[in-house]
Design a protein around this ligand. Sequence first.
Ligand SMILES: [Zn+2]
Length: 449
Amino acid sequence: MLHIKNGTLVTGTGLEYASLWIRDGRIEQIGGELPETEAIDASGMLVFPGFIDAHTHLQMDTGATRTADSFETGTAAALSGGTTAIIDFATQERDKTLREAYETWSGRATGHCSCDWGLHMAVTGWNSGTRRDLESMARTGVTSLKAYMAYDSLRISDSDLRSLMEAGRELGLIVGVHCELGDEVNRRVRGLLSQGYTQPRYHPLSRPAEVEALAVRRALQLAREAGAPLWVVHLSTGSGLEEIRAARKAGQRVLVETCPQYLTLNDDVYGRDGFEGAKFVCSPPLRGEEDRQALLGALSSGEIDIISTDHCSFNFAGGKDLGRDDFSRIPNGLPGIEHRPMLVWTACGLKPENMVKVLSENPARVFGLYPRKGALLPGSDADLVIWDPAGARVITANDQVQNVDYTPWEGFMASGSPRQVLLGGELCAVNGRVIRSGRGRYLPRLAVW
Ligand SMILES: [Zn+2]
């Protein structure tokens, strides 16, 4: 039996110095003595359940270009950084069914992933067949949905969103919403471009904080009318947070997600020379320092449930370039799947027992994976991160695993890092390098809402 010895186990309830025993890919026992066939010495290390990134976009075609990371490269990058499971977004095409979207994404991922993977379903059209399709999705283990209020090619109307939330409530599926008011964004983009404001620095002006806050308010209202819980994806503003606080106070169930970029960077980066600001173009955009501080405060008070990356990588050369003469043509998205644990460890001021909640335990619980994932319990998958709390590392594009030509955190000094990563009881990554790839399995999930 594989023995992880001398380590400090980290769960949401606290730290425990104990042995961990692994058999057939699962945790067999915590503490005590069992026959040892192999051992990993975790002296001075923290032992976390594998981290889960519940918001990624891999191998996606935007029409104009495609993401730099495939399932193969993206999940290898995830694993190297300590993320042992991802949940990616299958996106319905308007004239196709949810089942077709599932088959497409599942086809791209199956057999190519180095960490375990599941799928959410982004719904871009509501019709008489959608509800039946949702039932079938739930049976396939796709138990969370997403809708967009912005992006003309993806967004659905408020009444369709309400219908989706009602169906979700009946089936136990949570609906995540990309909260930006699409009409407001479109109007601002047109206005800026017509005045000749084409550089990346105008991207955040086209979608200011109130465009998110008003959308959060609207989404909360629709969820209330539908009697459904709401998952606010990638929250970026203090004003949006205030809307959520008020709703929670009134008894509404709201799942709040933010991302490392909103916690560690601010909108100063858009003022960088030349076209450099394009590297940070994502939606919602990076915000002012006050918003960043508001989110950090909410994180430390436990109001943020999960930190995911929204990893959506585009190369600077040949991708972001498309918007050289028009910021609205810069493909939206940042890479982060590889570096999230180091960023959160270093920059967010969380105790280990709180970090494990937002990176592993909570995502497992809210997306129907607990206690198979997100826990150090007998019977849980032996996905482990043996974390060196003093393992300094500098983030740089030169030696990253993700297949993209830059990182938003170039030169960031991480103060702790993953030393070993185990997936299903097998040592798969060491010091940021993948040593076993392609072992990721599909994760069907339970409907828990
Ligand atoms: Zn996203």
